[in-house]
Design a protein around this ligand. Structure first.
Ligand code: FBP
Length: 549
């Protein structure tokens, strides 16, 4: 395969590891843990993996001989920069434990385990993928690993290959399922450990013990580079309002981080919209008022960041989507048989009067997008809903009304962008390259210590990598009970943007200035080689969170 000069130089980058993982390792175990909520229920559901201590690894002089380990690895869900380095770190860690260790990769996500599709990951393969973006080394997929039949089917190939430990690299749902799997294999004495790794560009798998999910850093830096470029263009021509939707299926962490990096005129935070019980019209009016205020100063241009998940956080839209989800789950087959041109009316005629009226008021394109196929978790695929166009169209209408009332005299021309897939497979930043390699290496240490039901954790990440703290967090510790598709289930709590945390508070303190004045920041591309203050910086979110503690 032909490689660029940067790829060749990048291949030889040696990710930085925490001090504790560089040589012999000793394990330090804390006191028994409790789940974040619903302790009695979670304990009952996970009798074999509940209450385990938090683990940290420390440097040691004592040399230990570990037997060779055969492990398997799965990439689950959406791509995130650094996944290949998790696998490289795991591979190198397993080989450091015992050079005869082996690693198998299951293909195209959890389906590879159930369908027995795998490859052995040799050093030649691993070397091809070090420090590269993407998940193409073994591929990823969104099959949910959740039934006993699937677990048993997986166990067949696990036994056949002699696998003793499985590492599942995924988001909150995949790690929840990893814990269910760990519990099941322990219960039936299968002799298979299961370790999770926190992945998702969305940044919503984080808590007291997991500072950030991997991929968030790189994805935000890529989006911020392009937002910065758009802002330069915008400030040069001074004739467009750019509506930029940013990925993040639910939480607005990406939009918030990109706002902190680029200082746009407007950034909507879904969690705030929900908290303030704002309607779609309230959001539109908020934007239109800023457009008008800038126009009054002669500035008919600007940038608006919109989180992908916004639509589901507007309380009225949330209700509509919930009813649509139920309705399509029950009547999906009948709906699919209806002519495309009649589907809109079919929905309008079948929803409750309140939701029907909201649905009917939506532009045709958005209404159609809301009725598209759900993802495997039954959710609306928000990446397919063009919220950026919906908002700019409605802002345009609102401004026309304001003009007729003499409240606005400017010109409004909009451009639309959606940044999501562009950042998910980018070459990992130094932060993600180091963090991911450390997460994988830590997973190997947890395996060597015979642990199961743990998530690999690397903390203290605003400090130089040397000082990072590697260890493991029992997955049950992060769980609570939530209603999912009509049933109460144990799940890892999804971390939404907290309005009383430092990153949002800082943004809120600045946004009026950013709206009125033009204070754009142009972060430029990720730098891989150069001074540490340019190349190794974590996200502003992480820095502000660490300062706020
Ligand atoms: P994960 O949570 O699985 O990492 O994926 C998140 C995400 O990138 C969202 O930001 C986006 O809404 C979604 O995946 C898109 O999914 P798909 O890749 O299936 O189109």
């Amino acid at each position: 395969m032909k490689k660029s000069a940067l790829q060749i130089a990048r291949a030889s980058y040696q990710p930085k590891l925490p001090k504790a993982l560089k040589g012999q390792v000793s394990i330090k175990e804390g006191t028994p843990t409790e789940s974040v909520a619903d302790q009695a229920e979670i304990k009952k559901l996970f009798p074999n993996t509940y209450g385990m201590p938090v683990i940290s690894f420390e440097p040691s002089n004592e040399s230990k001989n570990y037997p060779a380990v055969t492990a398997g690895v799965i990439l689950s869900g959406g791509q995130a920069p650094g996944g290949h380095n998790v696998i490289a770190g795991l591979f190198d860690g397993l080989k450091a434990i015992n050079k005869n260790s082996k690693l198998y990769g299951f293909l195209l996500g959890p389906a590879g385990l159930i369908e027995h599709n795998y490859i052995e990951l040799t050093s030649d393969i691993i070397d091809e993928y070090r420090n590269t973006g993407g998940f193409d080394i073994i591929g990823s997929g969104r099959t949910k690993l959740e039934t006993v039949e699937q677990f048993d089917k997986g166990l067949e190939i696990i036994k056949q290959l002699g696998i003793q430990a499985l590492v599942i690299i995924g988001g909150d749902d995949s790690n929840t399922n990893a814990c269910v799997l760990a519990e099941y294999y322990k219960k039936i004495n299968a002799g298979v450990q299961v370790i999770g790794c926190p992945k998702t560009i969305d940044g919503d798998l984080k808590n007291e013990m997991i500072e950030t999910s991997f991929g968030f850093d790189t994805a935000c830096k890529v989006y911020s580079e392009v937002i910065g470029n758009i802002q330069r263009d915008c400030n040069s021509a001074k004739k467009y309002w750019h509506f930029i939707k940013l990925m993040g299926r639910s939480a607005s962490h990406i939009a918030l981080e990109c706002a902190l990096q680029t200082q746009p005129n407007i950034c909507i935070i879904s969690e705030e919209v929900e908290e303030k019980n704002m309607s779609l019209d309230n959001v539109v009016t908020y934007i239109a008022d800023i457009v008008a205020a800038r126009a009054a100063e002669g500035n008919n241009f600007g940038t608006v960041l919109i989180p992908e998940g916004l639509i589901e956080f507007i309380p009225a839209m949330k209700k509509l989507i919930a009813e649509l989800n139920d309705f399509l789950a029950k009547n999906g087959n009948e709906f699919a048989m209806i002519k495309k041109s009649e589907q809109r009316n079919y929905i309008i005629n079948h929803l409750s009067p309140e939701n029907s009226a909201i649905y009917a008021s939506l532009p045709e394109g958005v209404a159609r997008q809301l009725s598209l196929d759900r993802d495997p978790h039954g959710n609306v695929q928000v990446s397919l809903i063009e919220t950026e166009k919906l908002l700019s169209e409605m802002v345009g209408k609102k401004l026309a009304e304001m003009k007729s009332e003499g409240k606005y005299t400017g010109k409004f021309a909009a451009q639309h962008h959606f940044f999501g897939y562009e950042g998910r497979c980018a070459a990992p930043s130094n932060f993600d390259a180091d963090y991911c390699y450390s997460l994988g290496y830590t997973a190997s240490a947890l395996i060597a210590e015979g642990k199961t039901g743990y998530m690999s954790s690397v903390r203290n990440t605003t400090k130089p990598a040397e000082e990072w703290i590697a260890g493991g967090v029992p997955v049950t510790m992060m769980m609570n009970m939530e209603r999912r598709h009509g049933e109460m289930k144990p799940v890892i709590q999804k971390a939404l943007v907290k309005l009383d945390d430092a990153p949002f508070k800082y943004f809120a303190s600045q946004r009026e200035t950013w709206a009125k004045n033009t204070c754009y920041v142009y972060p430029g591309p990720i730098q891989y080689f150069g001074p540490t203050e340019v190349c190794d910086q974590p996200t502003i979110t992480l820095v502000l969170e660490a300062q706020g503690k």
